[in-house]
Unconditional design. Structure first.
Length: 385
């Protein structure tokens, strides 16, 4: 099978989705050629494009230039059996349809998640009753209907998008995000410490969070937990729209047990920070979207062979089993996160079971070959029509 991975899709720190899926397909023998013209550098660019009239105009000009480059690359790519429009490619799929007019190929859109839900409901950048919000809704619905197959990250997201945009449910296929980490890391196991007494550990128990600081990730929840648990250490790394506000809050609360590292790092540096951690934090946002997603940081923690703690919800619960391969906590109560982290610190047997479960599920369900086989089967299905 020959696949053209097409669009202005996001790559780089914080956006592993396209790289993971491309490498997964190649690992199972699929010939993938990339036809890529970058549009967004990071989360700041995306917010600027959606948040102001000036930002949208600048985005439109950049998109036109990128589309001319994509069209040129498309015709130079040679014959392909199927075109996958990478995330975020809701606009690019219309160009892909036009470019395919002379030779009809199946079009697959990696929607991943809903743009309307993210912009209007989750981040509240547009008022739901505004003309812009209604236009975005119609635009996303049209993009989903143009595609012959739509990829999402979880079945919960597939169900939401099918119902919200009135698109047949059978057109959706959930493909987990996966991780760029290929093998468990050599991570330290903390010495046993009793819940009430016992020798102090040689270093503080550290929970590591890496993200883009968007509201969905629930950074205020993590800071609330840190404030309630001065005996635990929190390493927060990354940056994004809420970065300045998070930095101000850490300073205002005088959280000596929080290390805030506002920088995007290459994969090798992230792996070093994972190797120095005792647990990995997922996302804890309160919104409906946050409850449907399982983000890349969770898969990275599993692939690294670390205990993962994340908020519960339909998405996490369809892919993870609390107490076996992760711990799912109450998003409405930061004390739930504190209790989970203290359990891990004080019960080495629990941490050991989660490490074993994380490695198992990362290999069997979310590893490169497992994802590649699942995606290849979906592409074969749409190719056969």
């Amino acid at each position: 099978m020959r696949v053209l991975w097409f669009g202005t899709y996001s790559v780089g720190p914080g956006y592993p989705r396209n790289t993971v899926l491309i490498e997964a397909l190649r690992s199972v023998g699929v010939d993938v050629v990339e036809c890529h013209a970058p549009l967004f550098r990071n989360a700041h660019d995306k917010v600027a494009a959606a948040g102001t009239v000036r930002g949208r105009l600048r985005f439109g000009c950049k998109a036109l230039i990128a589309w001319f480059r994509l069209a040129w690359k498309f015709f130079r790519a040679g014959p392909r059996d199927i075109v996958v429009v990478g995330y975020t490619g809701h606009l690019d799929i219309f160009l892909a349809r036009v470019l395919s007019v002379f030779k009809r190929r199946p079009l697959v859109l990696d929607a991943f998640l809903s743009l309307y839900d993210t912009t209007v409901v989750d981040r509240k950048l547009l008022a739901p009753t505004s003309l812009a919000a209604r236009a975005l809704f119609r635009f996303e619905r049209a993009a989903l209907r143009v595609a012959d197959l739509v990829l999402t990250d979880t079945a919960a997201h597939a169900d939401f998008m099918a119902g919200t945009f009135a698109v047949p449910a059978e057109r959706f296929v959930p493909i987990p995000v996966g991780s760029l980490i290929e093998a468990p890391l050599a991570v330290p196991v903390p010495a046993p410490v009793g819940a009430r007494g016992g020798a102090a550990p040689a270093r503080p128990f550290t929970a590591y969070f890496c993200g883009t600081f968007v509201p969905l990730q629930g950074l205020p929840y993590i800071l609330d937990a840190a404030q309630q648990a001065p005996d635990l250490h929190f390493h927060i790394q990354g940056d994004g729209p809420d970065g300045p506000r998070i930095a101000e809050e850490v300073a205002a609360r005088d959280l000596a047990n929080v290390r805030l590292e506002r920088v995007f790092l290459p994969r090798s540096e992230i792996e070093k920070r994972l190797a120095a951690a005792d647990a990995v934090l997922g996302v804890f946002g309160e919104g409906a979207k946050a409850r449907r997603v399982v983000p890349c940081k969770v898969y990275d923690g599993l692939a690294a062979g670390l205990p993962v703690v994340t908020g519960g919800g339909p998405g996490p619960e369809e892919l993870l089993t609390s107490g076996e391969d992760a711990l799912l906590v109450d998003r409405d109560n930061p004390r739930s996160l504190v209790r989970a982290l203290r359990r891990l610190r004080d019960d080495p047997a629990l941490g050991g079971r989660l490490r074993v479960g994380a490695r198992r599920v990362a290999r069997e369900r979310f590893g490169r070959e497992a994802l590649g086989l699942r995606l290849r089967a979906a592409l074969h299905r749409v190719r056969r029509g």
